[in-house]
Design a protein around this ligand. Structure first.
Ligand code: FAD
Length: 428
């Protein structure tokens, strides 16, 4: 069951899902109130908020606390539409009030230390939170240190807009102020990074804005890689909607970024200098800083996990959810963060009850808009196999190329529906 297909998140429907999984593993869930314990969740984005919903739903006797540094959350999904002036940022704003109303303890604070031995969390506000099980969902850290020239303040000149909010608005402002005939660059970092199709969607929606307001402008994608997700669909949409406007420079053709020059507003790649009027510099990424500080990451920069419970292989009793988890080929998406939130919730409740956690499936669905009324999608299923989370063979489905316009319009509507559903599951 995925957020997109679950219209009402009742305790009964979640327990139904638990029951189905539990039967597979021979470990049915225990009835209401049977377990007691403290679950602390760090990070109230898609992964953490969805985990909180289901721990509380599965067993109201468990005390659930979310610690989130920011009192308001802006979804990255659809933030490219804000950049392109198709949507307002306010439409993407959520908070944790509904969780508090359901009895979840919500603390707006910055977690500065986790002590896995003592099972406690310390915040910048001077509070300590003890836990039996911790769910850590801190999202990504932007790794500016990995790129030469990316000194402090680079994001004010070359906005990443890879965490939605002020950065999204800054990029939009720069694009709106750009002259007709100007050049907009977006950089694509080395994989894995949050939202693999995101940079290409940003390129398309920026082109949508330029086509209407500054038609002589150009969009250049400087890519670390040589392929992109949904490649034939992106190329088809660009040719159809924005002929000649978007240049995709692949890694082998000089797209690999080596350095940025803030003063000269320029990206320097292995082959050439790329000056631009506006640059969305998206740097390489790794797990959120608190995960690194706690020793939960490995050389990859991400947190290795058990594929069934999402428990860290580094520290016991800490489950990693969302973008921060190392999951090999599984895309870092809100949809997967939600699937992980549900998985961690099931695992934590089962473990607190002394049961065997059921084996999960992780479903991903990812919609892209190349224009407000032009959408396409990819979906895939992943499950534990050989100690990792592996794609289920033949499970990936992609929208067809050459589809009629009404199909693209319908998929664009599905995309809006997807966001409404997953945001409701996480925050309402
Ligand atoms: C442009 C763009 C478009 C996207 N579009 C899509 C899409 O269409 N579909 C899709 O599925 N995904 C999309 N994504 C990806 C999606 O946004 C992420 O995969 C998702 O947000 C991951 O959820 P998360 O819970 O792991 O992290 P986040 O959503 O980043 O949440 C992490 C939370 O933890 C908090 N936090 C971090 N550290 C601490 C700390 N020390 N103390 C307290 N709080 C802390 C942060 O404030 C944050 O609220 C997109 C991403 C981008 C950038």
């Amino acid at each position: 069951m995925t957020g997109a297909h679950m219209n009402r998140w009742t305790r009964r429907s979640f327990l139904g899902a638990l029951g189905a999984g539990a039967l597979l593993s021979g470990a049915p869930m225990v009835a209401r109130g049977a377990a007691k314990g403290r679950v602390v969740i760090v990070g109230g984005g898609f992964g953490g908020a969805i985990a909180a919903r289901y721990v509380g739903m599965a067993d109201p006797a468990i005390e659930v606390t979310i610690i989130e540094r920011s009192p308001q959350y802006f979804t990255c999904p659809f933030s490219n539409k804000v950049v392109a002036g198709i949507m307002e940022l306010d439409a993407l704003r959520y908070d944790l009030k509904a969780h508090a109303a359901r009895g979840v303890r919500v603390a707006y604070d910055d977690v500065v230390a986790i002590d896995p031995a003592k099972r406690s969390v310390a915040t910048a506000g001077g509070k300590q939170f003890a836990y039996d099980r911790l769910i850590l969902a801190p999202g990504v850290e932007l790794d500016y240190a990995a790129v030469e020239g990316a000194t402090a303040g680079v994001e004010t000149v070359m906005p990443h807009a890879w965490k939605a909010g002020e950065q999204t608005l800054l990029l939009r402002k720069q694009i709106e102020a750009m002259k007709d005939g100007g050049v907009f660059i977006i950089t694509v970092p080395r994989r894995p990074y949050r939202c693999p199709p995101g940079p290409y969607e940003r390129a398309a929606l920026a082109a949508h804005y330029f086509k209407r307001h500054k038609p002589k402008s150009k969009v250049i994608i400087l890519d670390d890689d040589n392929t992109m997700p949904k490649q034939s669909l992106f190329l088809e949409s660009w040719n159809k909607l924005y002929p000649g406007m978007i240049d995709w420079v692949t890694g082998n053709n000089g797209g690999k970024m080596e350095r940025v020059d803030i003063k000269r507003r320029m990206v320097i790649t292995t082959d050439a200098d790329f000056p631009a009027d506006v640059i969305s510099f998206v740097p390489p990424q790794k797990a959120g800083a608190i995960a690194q500080k706690t020793g939960l990451t490995d050389v990859s920069g991400w947190c290795p996990v058990d594929p069934v419970t999402l428990e860290s292989t580094r520290h016991k009793n800490i489950h990693i959810v969302g973008d921060a988890a190392f999951t090999d080929g599984v895309p870092k998406s809100a949809h997967i963060a939600g699937a992980m939130g549900r998985t961690a919730a099931r695992a934590v409740v089962a473990l607190l009850q002394g049961k065997t956690p059921p084996s999960p499936q992780y479903v991903n669905t990812c919609y892209t808009l190349a224009a407000p009324d032009y959408g396409f999608s990819i979906a895939g299923i992943y499950e534990p196999k050989g100690g990792v989370i592996a794609m289920v063979p033949n499970s990936v489905t992609v929208s067809p190329t050459g589809a009629p316009e009404y199909m693209r319009r319908t998929e664009a509507e599905f995309a809006y529906g997807w966001l409404r559903n997953i945001a409701a599951e996480a925050f309402l």
